[in-house]
Design a protein around this ligand. Structure first.
Ligand code: FRU
Length: 425
């Protein structure tokens, strides 16, 4: 990344977003509840894989590992963000997951922990895990607060034996980054919805070998700055933040200007992450219908941008940015998508959110009787979606089972389309 970077921040504009629409290329099939959830005692949502430093999926003694935000499955789903606890799960086949347990016993920073990423470094006697997470809420506050800081835990190690896999501490926790108020909005500058500074994503650039951290943030827009045609839109100021480690040390990062922002367009560009193919950078985020500025019609969806350089002129995929969304009769069935490379295709995992529910806004969920809120919440992994990618165009190719996460070396099961064809023969 050039220190000399001085150009304008690439923008996701209202013109781009005005083109957002559902069509055959981007609407996922309806999701039905699975026979079994990943863990019947837990609701799980944002999920990420343990990866090696180069971004490939780590495999430890034949197991892949996922981490997820979790809450007890008897808690009202709307309350889950307030008690979020990170747990790990592992699998030998990518289909059946065993619950490992809580990643941290105690000592984690924040009142609760939100999404992040995990990097495995096999050097040394015991492989070490670098665990990046969002410290949400102030540690000592009595009430629930919404401060967000990027945190890192180091020192965790992975052990396997006949009985399974364990990730052990003790962990050392530290705050890596807080918003500077200039490139990245601080809590006290926020004018609208809750500000964002979260979801750290470790990234080693395959072209330069440099070490980065991506994160979700907001661009400060001072009142009266006249950045948008309508001042109300100025509260919609999401950005994709980036920090650089000049030495490559995965514990020390410095803020750099955002990779992209969406001022006047959208307030939350969540869980940013990359897939890099042949020198082309595909940058993905999740966002919600309700975080688009007035006058734009958006969706709970996976969005993506493409550039030919890490600090390139990002353009929205498919012209408008939307890659994968929910059907109109189940607009909140999945959220928090995570993309990874699999041969010719991209695989996308997400969580099974509110189904059998098609009101205009998720906020209305809390108006339902508690038992209906519980009944309509998936709280487990959604079916994995297989996407085709051609230049700056994407399309849905197939879906796999709930929570099926094949490694790149594992072939995909015969698609249900092909199967249906064969049965019809
Ligand atoms: C996306 C998200 C993340 C955050 C988490 C909190 O689903 O908003 O940005 O880390 O949920 O539960």
């Amino acid at each position: 990344m050039s220190e000399e970077f001085a150009g304008d921040t690439p923008a996701w504009t209202r013109e781009h977003a005005a083109g957002l629409r559902r069509d055959d290329s981007n609407v996922a099939p309806i999701i039905y509840p699975p026979d079994e959830r990943v863990d019947e005692d837990l609701h799980i949502w944002d999920t990420w894989l343990l990866r090696n430093r180069d971004g490939s999926i780590a495999e430890i003694d034949g197991r892949r590992i996922i981490f997820a935000l979790t809450s007890p499955s008897d808690l009202l789903p709307g309350k889950r963000h307030d008690v979020a606890t990170i747990r790990y799960f592992y699998s030998t086949d990518g289909e059946n997951w065993t619950t490992g347990g809580r990643i941290f016993d105690d000592g984690a920073l924040g009142q609760r922990q939100w999404a992040g990423s995990a990097m495995y470094d096999p050097d040394g006697d015991e492989g070490e895990v670098y665990f990046y997470y969002t410290a949400a809420g102030e540690d000592d506050a009595e009430e629930l607060t919404y401060t967000q800081r990027l945190a890192l835990a180091t020192g965790g190690t992975v052990h396997t034996d006949e009985s399974g896999l364990r990730i052990d501490g003790p962990w050392d926790h530290q705050i890596l980054l807080t918003p500077d108020g200039d490139w990245y909005e601080r809590e006290d500058q926020s004018r609208g919805m809750i500000y964002t500074f979260r979801d750290p994503w470790f990234f080693e650039d395959p072209q330069s070998g440099e070490t980065y951290l991506l994160f979700e943030a907001n661009t400060p827009v001072p009142e009266g700055a006249g950045k948008c045609d309508d001042p109300v839109w100025e509260e919609f100021n999401g950005s994709i933040g980036i920090a650089h480690s000049p030495t490559g040390d995965p514990t020390e990062f410095e803020l750099r200007p955002p990779l992209l922002d969406a001022v006047c367009v959208n307030q939350e560009l969540e869980r940013p992450h990359f897939v890099v193919r042949d020198g082309t950078y595909y940058l993905f985020i999740s966002s919600h219908v309700h975080t688009f500025a007035p006058g734009l019609e958006g969706y709970d969806a996976l969005y993506g941008f493409v550039a030919d350089d890490l600090r390139g002129e990002y353009e929205p995929l498919n012209g408008h940015g939307m890659v994968l969304t929910n059907p109109s009769n189940a607009p909140f069935q999945a959220y928090s998508w995570l993309v990874y490379d699999h041969g010719d295709d991209l695989l996308v995992t997400s969580f099974f959110n509110y189904y059998d529910y098609n009101r205009a806004s998720l906020d209305d969920v809390s108006l339902l009787p508690p038992e209906e809120q519980m009944r309509r919440f998936g709280g487990t992994l959604a079916p994995t979606v297989c996407l085709g990618l051609d230049g700056d165009q994407t399309n849905i190719v197939d879906t796999l089972d709930h929570g099926h996460l094949p490694l790149p070396r594992e072939s995909l099961p015969t698609s249900w389309w092909e199967q249906a064809d064969r049965e019809g023969e």
